[in-house]
Ligand binder design. Structure first.
Ligand code: TRP
Length: 440
């Protein structure tokens, strides 16, 4: 495959929370800038189906969807330029999820981190392994794979915790391609380690699960109050302060230029009072955030406008998702019955039959005797036995055919239905294939 001149990036944001400064510094700010590059095509969506896995509060889902959409738009995401939509506006996504589920081993999903973590917690607590585990949680990676494969994304910017999901999406796309012909682009995770992990109020990574966040668009007075609550050590004004390990300094650095950061470093060495340092931090954040907050507040005051923007985005996305699902349906055989398939099963089906390989079937007939047959991967008959008195005898004949195909075909000729030379050749090839598979 040739390297595309335009790289397609796709990422989803689960709609369960309120965007905070850490989201802004770690993702939104960078993504918006990145989406403006000429060699980049971006897909951003609100992962509200994923939200249902973690959250059963309808009001919170609605509120979060609105807040996240308004945040991205306020921060400069241009819905004309990128494809910006809401997952639940794309009915082809759950449809594709089902298709992918049917080519994915249950064992693969058993190994997903989120599911395993839930199982481990249950084991620790002495509960049933599946206690409080929904099928939604179990299927999370398949839904995520559908999100990604639907739009043929090349790169998926995610945190390290999501890398396994991208690998699963690759595997699912690969399985489908293998069985039904090339349909999906196989995605890669794009982990940006340069992106700073912003510390929260208590110095640990800013995260909703730690309850140490500063909401991105909290009103000015609240922002000032939140920053006043940042943990510091107890050094008095005039005493030199460490920048190392200082949450205040790290947050400042995430917003400031290199020169500003240097100036703050000097101020620390010269013993700036914590109160003054906090005031400087507040002013620096406010300088960047205030114009965005103004846009955010205007957007939040007009939710109907956001709804219109998302619906327009979904229409744009669905031009692609409808086309892809039409091809996927055709590939698996969910077809217009008025149109006959090109050849028996088509090239893909033949390839799949070959991949599935030949197999023996043993069975009993109404005459009370025991039979076996050899079929190819599509179920076509290659070899048919005559009746045996016991299943053991039939089994022994199968074992002989597997062990020494050519000799046994001759030795057992009397117990097999007559075959012409080309049928015998096909049966022999299948037996040799089976032998090779057993040896592998
Ligand atoms: N699972 C992602 C998260 O929690 C959100 C998500 C859903 C996503 N679908 C996606 C991210 C597709 C990237 C691509 O962060």
């Amino acid at each position: 495959m040739s390297t595309p001149s335009v790289t397609r990036f796709l990422t989803g944001i689960t709609t369960t929370g309120t965007p905070h400064l850490g989201n802004y510094v770690g993702s939104v700010r960078h993504s918006v800038r990145f989406s403006q590059r000429a060699d980049v095509q971006s897909y951003y969506f609100l992962a509200d189906y994923h939200a249902l896995i973690k959250c059963d509060e309808p009001a919170r889902i609605q509120r979060s969807t609105l807040e996240i959409a308004a945040t991205w738009l306020a921060c400069g995401l241009d819905p004309e330029r990128v494809t910006f939509y809401r997952q639940s506006d794309i009915p082809e996504i759950p449809e594709l999820t089902w298709f992918l589920s049917c080519v994915t081993g249950k064992g693969v999903l058993n190994r997903a981190h989120a599911y395993k973590a839930a199982m481990d917690r249950n084991a620790e607590a002495g509960n049933d392994p599946d206690a409080d585990v929904t099928v939604g949680l179990f299927m999370y990676p398949a839904l995520m794979a559908a999100d990604i494969l639907m739009f043929n994304a090349h790169k998926v910017p995610v945190g390290r915790d999501q890398v396994q999901h991208i690998e699963m999406a690759r595997d699912m796309g690969n399985s489908f391609n293998h069985l039904y012909g090339e349909l999906f682009t196989l995605p890669e995770a794009e982990i940006d380690d340069a992106v700073a992990l912003l510390p929260g109020l208590d110095g640990r990574k800013m995260s909703k699960s730690y309850g140490n966040t500063i909401p991105l668009f909290t009103p000015r007075a609240q922002l000032q109050k939140a920053i006043a609550g940042l943990v510091t050590d107890s050094r008095a004004p005039g005493e030199p302060k460490d920048t190392e390990g200082s949450a205040l300094f790290q947050i400042y650095q995430a917003f400031a230029t290199a020169e500003e950061t240097e100036a703050m470093r000097r101020a620390f060495a010269e013993g700036i009072a914590w109160g003054d340092a906090k005031q400087r931090l507040f002013e620096r954040i406010e300088q960047e955030i205030a114009p965005l907050r103004e846009r955010y507040d205007a957007l939040m005051a007009d939710p109907a406008q956001i709804e219109r923007i998302l619906r327009a985005g979904a229409e744009k996305a669905r031009v692609e998702s409808r086309a892809l699902m039409a091809r996927a349906r055709e590939a698996v055989g969910l077809r217009n019955l008025g149109q006959q398939p090109a050849a028996t099963g088509g090239k893909a089906a033949k390839a799949a039959a070959k991949a599935a390989g030949p197999s023996f079937k043993q069975y009993r007939e109404r005459d009370g005797q025991f039979y076996f047959k050899l079929q190819d991967g599509r179920g076509a008959l290659l070899l048919q036995s005559r009746g045996f008195a016991s299943p053991q005898e039939a089994g022994q004949a199968i074992a002989a055919l597997q062990k020494a195909p050519a000799q046994s075909l001759d030795a057992l000729a009397g117990q097999l239905e007559a075959m012409d030379a080309s049928a015998r050749q096909a049966a022999l090839e299948a037996l040799l294939t089976l032998q090779a598979q057993a040896d592998a």
